[in-house]
Design a binder for this molecule. Structure first.
Ligand code: NDP
Length: 448
């Protein structure tokens, strides 16, 4: 008779052999399975019913070609993906990523994570993710529109407000959601607002959706600090990235009295000792879509470090908010040495397993992405609610709901970690609590 640990290891080995070369997916599965021992020990029926194996297998994987024409008339072909991972709790829900590094393994890892993240929100949404290996960098507005239209022409077959509801992710913001929604509307011949989230507030979107992931990550950090008898006031912070999540993390940190001294893009980082000028950052990144290096042209006292590592900048709090595996064991050791006391993952799986271990061994409060960045999808689910009831809530009301959801997620992770004998371990708490929610629903629904 195999022990619980042996059974979990068998599941992991089977995932590796059934999904060869998909290293990010393997990493995400490993992290969850490593947390589940105490749950399986208490709930043997979950292992007997093969819920763990089933939860690691996507319900559906869709791959399609996306032909499009650039402004010079040249034809390109990209590859599009949608992985409908798990629908035990509701329609598939999860963003679309447009980035040249995207392949099936990226989307599978993100869809797997999304299933558990969505469960933590307590809202009725399953997990999915999609995207394309398309590089939006330096593409004109017209090229982006043509790509989005071609992508949606194919993806539309598999969407629906009760079936699968995408949103944004890296390379997909409100502009892209607009082009995607416009094409869906034309194909479906109806104004089905609930089929995509992250829409503009003027055409069916929710107020505070744009801000939600970043704000939520800061709310989660505030809760972690409370457990240590600390607050955000006066803390020095480093935020990686300068996209949607990073910008609104910086905004909320500034509102709550912290000072962000560095942020980055994939070319390098800027250091501004007096605090990042958010107005200027938004102008550069949101309006002009320029590189972050241009910040120092306007703020000459700031420093740009080409291909530098933002984690070398001393800080109390770190917010990795760019992409997966961007913060490794060496970076974590540097952060700990420099006095960092807490980390909130705005991005999905930005810290490598080595880095997570360094943080946990050093007593750093470590907010796992599934929990810390769940604010985005939570407000997406609120957008679906508003669409279904043809209503539009105010910014303040939606932000209050977001704040409450993040407090609830923090409490759930904290209490679950304690119940299963790993107090203060948000990784274990988040993975166990979300696994229990998804697997209980799967058992109730039978073998479907
Ligand atoms: P954006 O496209 O708006 O911004 C991404 C930022 O990260 C940019 O500054 C980009 O720099 C940088 N970046 C992207 N890829 C890399 C890379 N390979 N190496 C270094 N830097 C990189 O994306 P979002 O802000 O929406 O997403 C950021 C992270 O947050 C992702 O992990 C995403 O999955 C996660 N997330 C997003 C949510 C949302 O609501 N948007 C919800 C939950 C999680 P550059 O411009 O140079 O590429």
């Amino acid at each position: 008779m195999a022990t619980d640990e042996e059974r979990l290891e068998e599941v992991y080995q089977s995932v590796v052999s059934r999904n060869p070369g998909e290293v990010e997916f393997h990493q995400a599965v490993r992290e969850v399975l490593d947390s589940l021992g105490p749950v399986i020990a208490k709930r043997p029926e979950l292992a007997e019913q093969r819920v763990i194996e089933r939860i690691c297998e996507p319900e559906r994987q869709i791959i399609f070609g996306v032909p499009w024409q650039d402004d010079r008339g040249e034809v390109h072909i990209n590859r599009g993906f949608r992985v409908q991972f798990n629908s035990a709790l509701g329609p598939y829900k999860g963003g679309l990523r447009f980035h040249p590094s995207v392949y099936l393994g990226t989307i599978k890892f993100l869809g797997f994570e999304q299933t558990f993240k969505n469960a933590l929100t307590g809202l009725p949404i399953g997990g999915g993710k999609g995207g394309a290996d398309f590089n939006p960098r330096d593409r004109s507005d017209a090229e982006i529109m043509r790509f989005c239209q071609s992508f949606m022409l194919e993806l539309s077959r598999d969407l629906g407000e009760y079936r699968d509801v995408p949103a944004g992710d890296i390379g997909v913001g409100q502009r892209e959601i607009g082009y995607l929604f416009g094409m869906y509307k034309r194909i479906s011949k109806q104004y089905e607002s609930g089929v995509l989230t992250g829409k503009g507030p003027g055409w069916g979107g929710s107020h505070a959706r744009r801000e939600a992931t970043g704000y939520g990550s800061v709310f989660f950090m505030r809760e972690m600090l409370r457990t240590r008898g600390e607050s955000l006031e006066g803390k020095t912070c480093v935020v990686s990235g300068s996209g949607n999540v990073a910008i609104y993390t910086i905004e909320k940190l500034e509102q709550l009295g912290a000072r962000v001294v560095a942020c980055s893009d994939s070319d390098g980082f800027i250091y501004d000792a007096g605090g990042i000028d958010l107005h200027l950052l938004k102008e550069i990144k949101e309006d002009a879509r320029l590189r972050i290096s241009t910040y120092t042209e306007r703020k000459t006292q700031a420093r740009y470090v080409d291909h530098g590592n933002a984690w070398d900048v001393p800080c109390d709090l770190a917010f990795p908010s760019a992409t997966q595996n961007e913060l490794n064991g060496r970076d974590a050791r540097t952060l700990v040495k420099n006095g960092c006391i807490a980390v909130s993952e705005g991005a999905n799986m930005p810290c490598t397993p080595d880095a997570v271990k360094v943080f946990q061994d050093a007593g750093v409060s470590f907010g796992l992405g599934k929990a810390a960045n769940a604010g985005g999808v939570a407000v997406s689910a609120l957008e679906m609610q508003q669409n279904a009831s043809r209503d539009s809530w105010t910014f303040a009301h939606t932000e209050r709901r977001l704040e409450q959801i993040m407090q609830d997620i923090h409490r759930l992770c904290w209490e679950t970690a304690e119940t299963y004998g790993t107090p203060g371990n948000y990784v274990r708490g988040a993975n166990m609590a979300s696994f229990i929610r998804v697997s209980e629903a799967m058992l109730s629904l039978g073998l479907t």
